[in-house]
Ligand binder design. Sequence first.
Ligand code: ZN
Ligand code: FE
Ligand code: FE
Ligand code: ZN
Length: 264
Amino acid sequence: MPPDYHMHTRLCRHATGDAIDLAAEAVRRGLTEIGFSEHNPMSRDDWDDWHMYQADLAEYFEQIERARSAFPQLTIQVGLEVDFIPGQEPWIRELAERHPWDYLIGAVHYVSDTWALDNPHLISEWKKRDPFEIWTTYFGLLTQAADSGLFDIIAHADLCKKFCFRPEADCTPLYARLLETMARRGLALELNTAGLRKDCREIYPAPEIVRLAAALKIPITFGSDAHAPGEVGADFAQALALARSCGYTESRRFKARTATSVKF
Ligand code: ZN
Ligand code: FE
Ligand code: FE
Ligand code: ZN
C-alpha cells in the first residue's frame, strides 16, 4: 500500500479524531507510511469555519508527535492542505517557512471570495452559473497554484465534478494547461479517493486526467482525504488499479519537502 498523504483531524472543525486515532487505523489497515494534511490556518481565523485555527498549529504538531511515539513502526509525515487564493501568497510563504513541513498540498476550493465550490451548503451557487465558466475559473486557479512554486502536490484536481455539475464543452485544454504547468514545476498529482464518497462517485481526478499526467511523466501520490479514522486508506485498491492502468508503478514520497519514489 502506498502512503496515504491526505488526512484531516478534528482541528479543522469538520473532521473527527486526533492524529493518534488515524494513525491507529493506518496500522490496523497495514499502511507503513501516512502524512497529515490539515486545512491550513488562514491569514485571518474568521475567514470561514472549516480551516484550522492559527493557535492550533502547536497542538497539530503535538498530536503528530504523540502518534509517532505510540506507533514507531509507522512513518508519519506532517503537511498541510493549503488553499490557494490569489493575494494570499505572502501568508502561505510565511506558513511554509515557519514550520518544518514534509510537504504542502496546494488545493483550490474558493472560486470567488466567498464561495468554496465543494461546500455542500452552497450548492445553490452552482445553479446560478454555467458549469463551464466555473470549471474554467477553477482550473485556471489550480494552474496558478501549480505555477506559484509554493506546493509539492496538487490536491483533488477535478474537485469541481463533486456535485455532478459537468460542462458540455470539452475540458481537455483546461486539464492540459494544468498538467503542463505541473510537469514544468515538478509537482505531483494526487489520486484522491474522497470523490468515491461524494455524488460524483469517482476518484479525483478522472481517468482521462491521470492518463494525460502519465504521458507527461508527472509523479503521483495517494490520498484518502480522511475526515474520520475509518476513512484512512479508503478505496486504495481502486486508486492503485487506476494508477496501474495508466502505467504508474511508483508513488512519490516526501520528507522535509524533498521527493523520492516508492514502488507499489
Ligand atoms: Zn475538509
Ligand atoms: Fe480539499
Ligand atoms: Fe482534504
Ligand atoms: Zn481536501
